[in-house]
Design a protein around this ligand. Structure first.
Ligand SMILES: [Zn+2]
Length: 453
């Protein structure tokens, strides 16, 4: 039966577009040397800039003014890093000018950013982008050891993706063909988690693809209650940051290797781990990735900075030097698997995970995660900064029945003191217990949010 499904899926992909053709190219390219991959990437970047210069009003002027493209249409990549960055606000303001004048021939469609911070923005994407994105996803799956058509369970928190209440016959047919089971984790109640465990044990997926935070919650739930869970071949986490403690817990409970994937709705999947787990291989043929400091200068490998993406496949509305809103660290090491694609060492969160104190010092929000994740009485938490001199620690306790302020008064006092020290001293720290902490509208969970940017 699985073979029939795989064949049906392959036929559908062949009829619909170039996904399998692109996948074949990715298969070949992955084993090229890093130099050769970077050379090919420059060719793709040049082609995108030429297209933007000829067909996209917003860029025509900008590229010329900046010198990245000259009057004769020649591209000068040495000028590329001086192009202004593109942010969500600019996309909103220049939406029409960012459209390619030949977009009718590109099967465009509307998409919006995930909106894990702020209001989602509208974008145009096209068929070429979709086919490349699907090809990258197939390659990522293969790295985790999953073949096309194997059983896959999604523990997925985005209401839009899970199509709750809007499923059509086509949706169900597609899921059947791809052998998928969708578990909507937008709100993970205890009853929902019990249902998930039952479904996973019954469905026996080869791979679980999940929102990192949701699967971490599920893993904790299983472990605390000593429940049985089926062991898949691999777990692929996406959407949200996979902190080391989350990875360890998921791996321990599901007894399967965890592969971290980094992507977004606006630009597709950007990077994914291979089975050597030395970092995330950048999808260099579809994305050009830069990591910059707060002055817009590239940082050294090993240093963290803001991730800026140029999407090489979406000609309908080119995103060039796009501020995706995440922070990351590049690696200059080569992966022992032999693949030449450069490595992203880590994605460490949103740019708004950086806290700023009264003196203007920038504080890595992960310090709070390390502080609070090891407290046994805390089930979930969120640290919110609303002023330079005030943060709030919101806690969903593990045991809801206790008088927490009394039982844990000493520990709370210590956590508050440590949090204040992290903020550099003069800072008000409020501590509050709640019954439930909401995810963002995209379903992603935020451990830390600074609103003072
Ligand atoms: Zn590798």
């Amino acid at each position: 039966m699985n073979n029939i499904k795989r064949v049906a899926w392959e036929i559908e992909l062949k009829v619909k577009g170039n996904t399998l053709k692109y996948k074949q190219k990715l298969d070949e390219w992955q084993w090229l040397s890093k130099q050769e991959i970077l050379r090919l990437q420059r060719t793709k970047l040049t082609a995108l800039l030429q297209h933007a210069y000829v067909h996209v009003p917003y860029y025509r002027h900008l590229l010329l003014e900046n010198g990245t493209v000259d009057e004769s249409g020649n591209v000068h990549l040495d000028r590329f890093h001086h192009l202004p960055l593109l942010d969500k606000d600019t996309i909103k303001r220049h939406f029409d000018a960012l459209k390619s004048d030949d977009l009718d021939s590109r099967s465009p469609f509307e998409e919006s950013s995930g909106g894990s911070t702020g209001v989602p923005i509208k974008l145009l994407q096209d068929k070429q982008f979709m086919d490349w994105s699907s090809a990258v996803k197939l390659q990522d799956d293969e790295w985790t050891g999953m073949e096309m058509g194997c059983r896959r369970a999604y523990v997925w928190g985005s209401v839009r993706d899970t199509l709750v209440g809007r499923e059509t016959v086509k949706t169900y047919l597609g899921r059947w063909m791809r052998n998928e089971r969708w578990l909507n984790s937008f709100r993970m109640t205890q009853d929902r988690m019990k249902e998930f465990i039952h479904e996973l044990n019954e469905f026996k997926p080869v791979q679980i693809t999940a929102f990192a935070e949701n699967l971490y919650d599920l893993a904790k739930f299983i472990e605390e209650r000593g429940l049985y869970i089926y062991t898949p071949k691999a777990v692929l986490t996406s959407a949200g940051v996979l902190h080391p403690q989350m990875r360890e817990t998921i791996q321990r409970v599901f007894k399967a290797p965890v592969f971290n994937r980094y992507g977004s709705r606006e630009v597709g999947d950007i990077a994914c781990e291979c089975d050597h787990h030395h970092g995330l291989h950048l999808s260099a043929m579809t994305h050009y990735v830069e990591i910059l400091n707060d002055k817009g200068q590239p940082v050294e490998p090993g240093e963290y900075g803001e991730i800026v993406i140029t999407l090489l496949t979406n000609y309908t509305m080119p995103l060039i030097r796009y501020r995706i809103g995440d922070m990351g660290v590049m690696s200059d090491e080569e992966c022992s698997c032999g693949r030449g694609m450069p490595l992203l060492k880590d994605v460490i969160g949103r740019t708004t995970d950086i806290f700023i104190n009264k003196n203007g010092d920038r504080i890595d929000g992960r310090m709070f995660i390390r502080l609070l994740m090891s407290s046994a009485f805390i089930n979930k938490f969120q640290v919110v900064q609303d002023r330079y001199d005030r943060i709030k620690i919101i806690v969903d306790p593990a045991n809801k029945k206790l008088d927490h302020y009394q039982v844990y008064s000493e520990e709370i006092k210590r956590l508050v003191e440590d949090a204040r020290t992290i903020m550099g001293g003069q800072c008000e720290v409020d501590f509050e217990f709640v019954d439930y902490i909401e995810s963002t509208s995209s379903g992603k969970y935020r451990f830390t949010i600074s609103m003072v940017h």
